[in-house]
Design a binder for this molecule. Sequence first.
Ligand SMILES: Nc1ncnc2c1ncn2[C@@H]1O[C@H](COP(=O)(O)OP(=O)(O)OP(=O)(O)O)[C@@H](O)[C@H]1O
Ligand SMILES: [Mg+2]
Length: 282
Amino acid sequence: MYVEMKHIEKNYGSFHASRDVSFGIDKGKLVALLGPSGSGKTTILRMLAGLENPNSGDIFIDGRRVNDIPAAKRGIGFVFQNYALFRYMTVYDNVAFGLEIQKRPKEEIRQRVLEMIDLVGLSGMEKRYPNQLSGGQRQRVAFARALAPNPQVLLLDEPFAAIDAKVRQELRNWLKDTIHRVGITSIFVTHDQDEAVEVADEIIITNHGHIEQVGTPLDIYRQPRTPFVARFIGTPAVINNCNILTGFLQVGTGKQAIVRPEFLKIYKHGTMKQYISAAEEG
Ligand SMILES: Nc1ncnc2c1ncn2[C@@H]1O[C@H](COP(=O)(O)OP(=O)(O)OP(=O)(O)O)[C@@H](O)[C@H]1O
Ligand SMILES: [Mg+2]
């Protein structure tokens, strides 16, 4: 495991924001943290980045325990939810920021910045200021800025939340391609399940500060391990008293079942006799 959290607990005063959070991520994977608002996603990201300390538990990056390593030394790039670009700096200076702090040689900075701006498809816009860019372009600059110092891990907190639906869709595909091309281990937060399913190699589902399930999008869809996950993914109908309905005999002792609409077929009344073992009238 390249990035690992083990038995993390985090309290804000009396509020329990992370409860026994454990998960591991393989090198080079793009992983989504998916869960409802307030379920503790940002808290997990901030602890990984070193912007917040857990009350207990261990955090490992590339085999090294990083709990006591300050944020600036963890080798993490962070893209925040609202484009936190420096408003009074050009695109070039924004992307150069992390490298300037590391006091890299000027020529090396220039090459890296131009390479990053090219990577995010904004060549020619180096001299623009953030207010001369669209929302999508600004997020690309934020992405380039986070990647420029060559971090080991990239964290993105709802990178597309403030962007309209159509551009968002384009950016998702772009992000997925670009991250895989760069090959950097990345975790992005979203509360949009379509986004998670479309973009992520693996999904970590959070709820009330704990992790409900970790798996590929297909695992999570086909084999939800908790009632919460079953309801949260897809648009299932919940059936109460399912054991009185034909076709639900396999459900076992559960009181409720979910039906995914994509697996239902509807027939004209009286024409379904041939499917009688798996059909109900209604
Ligand atoms: N500094 C803080 N002090 C007190 N409570 C906090 C603090 N930061 C977060 N919380 C609480 O911890 C819980 C988890 O917050 P967090 O920001 O991690 O949620 P989230 O899953 O990222 O939600 P969203 O999808 O709305 O961004 C929330 O109930 C929040 O109010
Ligand atoms: Mg959040």
